[in-house]
Design a protein around this ligand. Sequence first.
Ligand SMILES: Cc1cc2nc3c(=O)[nH]c(=O)nc-3n(C[C@H](O)[C@H](O)[C@H](O)COP(=O)(O)OP(=O)(O)OC[C@H]3O[C@@H](n4cnc5c(N)ncnc54)[C@H](O)[C@@H]3O)c2cc1C
Length: 330
Amino acid sequence: MRPLTYSRAADVEDAVALAATSPTSAFLAGGTTEVDLIRAGISRSDHLIDINDLPLTDVEERPDGGLHIGALARMSDIARTPSVVREFPAISRALLLGASEQLRNMASLGGNLRQRTRCAYLRDGVSPCNKREPGSGCSALEGLNRGHAILGTSEHCIATHPSDVAVALVAFDAVVQTVGPDGERAIAFDDFFLLPGETPEVEHPIAHGELIVGIDVPGAPIGRRSIYLKFRDRQSYEFALVSVAAAIEVDDGTVTGVRLALGGVGTKPWRARRAEAALVGAPAEEESFRRAAAAEFETAVVREHNAFKVEFARRALVRGLTASLRGGRP
Ligand SMILES: Cc1cc2nc3c(=O)[nH]c(=O)nc-3n(C[C@H](O)[C@H](O)[C@H](O)COP(=O)(O)OP(=O)(O)OC[C@H]3O[C@@H](n4cnc5c(N)ncnc54)[C@H](O)[C@@H]3O)c2cc1C
């Protein structure tokens, strides 16, 4: 058994200062992921800093129609906030399709973004895994890789990022606000998640002890037409095999704006920029959606068990776009 110490931070400055006292400290929000990882011996954190007293639970509508969401806002509370449901139904839906009601009541947005991959080779604690033991190898490359990524992979890691809400947030150019030892920072959402490259153990561009204080989502009228679809092996309490956040704007039959992101297929929440570029200016019809979906997967790298995800995700993209075109009805 490993000894653990526990402190309760009084405010943001206190949390950052407490984190700096130990290189193996970790913030504790809902604890739904961190406690599991400590128990399994995957997290080496031995000094937990409880941040639940921090005033970071607000979900507010901004003057531009966007949102500010405190890092400690619970998934259930965010999902049911009227401005979220109205302005960004995809964000609300992505939250409600994640985990279980009990978990969503405990789990914070900050913790959700920093959850680790569900790759079984990371979590079994013994198989070679470059995320857990840099340089040990990636067991998934030649192992059981049905659930693994096909976009953004490297020869060192093919694990997917498991968050649902991160997929919806990346589609809407959210910004992660942090406070750390060197002060405040705003990090574009897409930059907050790093591709594995040669260093899959480095998942975020933040320093040890840097606290997420909130997420800002800029106002975007297209958000009202957004939808989040999640496809998985069972209908509840399961991570995505493929998911899609989609929103489309059309003028006189031509696509004038589009937001697309994918879950379950990328090593990070995947903004489908190739598909977006192929769609703007194209006729708003299924043929264009299919072409855009095909463009997104031109760079896909498949393994023995996950090749099915290419066609699966293409179809999911088409379905998401079609649903948004119908006004957000699945
Ligand atoms: C059985 C199960 C099923 C799940 N299914 C899904 C699913 O379908 N979809 C999905 O999206 N998620 C799913 N999850 C993941 C769940 O959403 C996360 O466990 C949860 O969001 C983590 O939030 P938390 O507040 O409990 O984080 P914690 O466990 O408290 O923390 C997680 C990590 O984030 C760090 N952290 C927490 N807050 C901050 C902060 N403010 N700043 C910096 N670092 C911070 C912690 O130090 C820790 O490293 C599932 C989890 C479980 C256990």
